[in-house]
Design a protein around this ligand. Structure first.
Ligand SMILES: [Ca+2]
Ligand SMILES: [Ca+2]
Ligand SMILES: [Ca+2]
Length: 148
């Protein structure tokens, strides 16, 4: 058995090592957004194909008073996670579908967490919080500026 494995391994190395096997790469392009909003960006994707980004719920490209919201695409459906009158920015998603981002509470930025059902505000202070990251165990890190 061990012998067979070794033979197979070397065979694979021989095949791929020489680059003699032509492989056809097939791409499928899916257009997740289809609107005229100028305010959208920072898409992130997890290992399950879920995508998050920030964008505007207001589709008027000339309206500069609009604020940004957080969107989640699960491979089939797009869900707007936030719906408020303040800016929400730069979401990050882990492989469990948890999303973190920072948003303004009216005076400064705070960190928010969406667990697939509920949104929880992780910070509540008077200084700036931003750049959150979440790992697959649910740990969140972010940058705080207590002097701002
Ligand atoms: Ca918003
Ligand atoms: Ca804050
Ligand atoms: Ca605050």
């Amino acid at each position: 058995m061990k012998k067979c494995f070794v033979v197979l391994l070397f065979s694979l190395i021989a095949i791929f090592g020489t680059g003699s096997v032509a492989t056809a790469v097939v791409y499928t392009v899916t257009n997740i957004t289809n609107n005229s909003s100028f305010l959208r960006g920072a898409p992130q994707i997890n290992d399950n194909g879920y995508v998050v980004w920030y964008g505007s719920g207001n589709l008027d490209p000339l309206d500069t008073t609009i604020d940004s919201e957080i969107f989640l695409y699960d491979g089939t459906t797009t869900t707007q996670i936030t719906n408020n009158s303040y800016d929400d920015w730069y979401p990050q998603i882990n492989d469990n579908g948890y999303v973190v981002w920072y948003g303004n509470d009216g005076s400064d930025d705070e960190i928010f967490l969406y667990d697939g059902t509920t949104t929880t505000q992780l910070t509540n202070n008077s200084y700036s919080d931003g750049s959150p990251q979440i790992n697959d165990n649910g740990y969140v890190v972010w940058l705080s500026n207590e002097s701002s």
